[in-house]
Design a protein around this ligand. Structure first.
Ligand code: ADE
Length: 229
């Protein structure tokens, strides 16, 4: 899979995309992540990429031309399955959407700009708008990092079988059961006996029952969803 991220703040994405599982996935060649600095496509000495909005409202708006030039250049090299724009008014991101994105070959993510982007970009270049939740970030970079992280870790082979992404919370609309490690007794805080019993089948049953109980208590909305991921 290849992910091209377009931003005016490339530095903001550097660190989250280059640690741990994401770093390993890139080293192993399972995903290519390219961060493009939109400013390199800006006009004039100052590499201008935004301007005042028509109609006189406050704030600066990202201009069409630099975005179009950059996206057209990428599209000339390969076909893209989706051109995503991160915005609070997009479709709400969830595990199901991450699963379908992880099956795609090439995607572009354009990071939103704090006062918005020229609407023609959304009309003519964007194929999907995604929000990561009902709150407003200063820009789309953190949203792009969240989407990339969530998608990359479920690309087959990126995480090993024993850490299988299939047992994640949300993959079956259930929260994950509790986990514990050594020591079995810390200051009298004990690990549930069942986990020390060595009885594989009973342990799996206990985990499922814990997952259901925690979901009912903490996220009953997940159990009402008819949509299964
Ligand atoms: N940009 C600003 N807020 C955002 C959000 N909640 N999701 C995606 N992009 C955003």
């Amino acid at each position: 899979m290849r992910i091209d991220i377009i931003t005016v703040l490339p530095g903001l994405l550097e660190s989250p995309l280059n640690y741990s599982i994401l770093q390993r996935a890139q080293k192993k060649g399972m995903v290519e992540i390219h961060v493009h600095d939109l400013r390199e496509y800006g006009a004039g000495k100052h590499r201008k990429v935004d301007d005042y909005p028509f109609g006189g409202s406050a704030g600066m708006v990202m201009q069409v031309e630099p975005v179009d030039t950059l996206i057209s250049g990428l599209k000339a090299e390969r076909e893209y399955d989706e051109v995503i724009y991160t915005s609070p008014d997009g479709e709400k991101f969830n595990q199901k959407m991450a699963n379908s994105l992880s099956l795609l070959k090439n995607i572009i993510i354009l990071c939103g700009h704090y006062k918005g982007i020229d609407y023609r970009i959304r009309e003519h270049l964007i194929t999907k708008e995604i929000s990561i939740g009902d709150y407003v970030l200063t820009g789309g970079e953190l949203a792009a990092a969240v989407i990339t992280d969530t998608v990359v870790r479920i690309i087959p082979g990126v995480i090993s079988d024993e850490q299988s992404a299939l047992s994640d919370s949300f993959q079956d609309n259930l929260l994950a059961p509790p986990v514990y490690t050594r020591p079995a007794d810390y200051k009298g805080w004990k690990v549930p006996d069942i986990l020390l019993s060595g009885h594989e089948l009973k342990i799996r049953e206990w985990e499922l029952q814990q997952a259901i109980e925690r979901t009912q208590r903490l996220r009953p909305d997940l159990l009402d969803m008819d949509e299964h991921v």
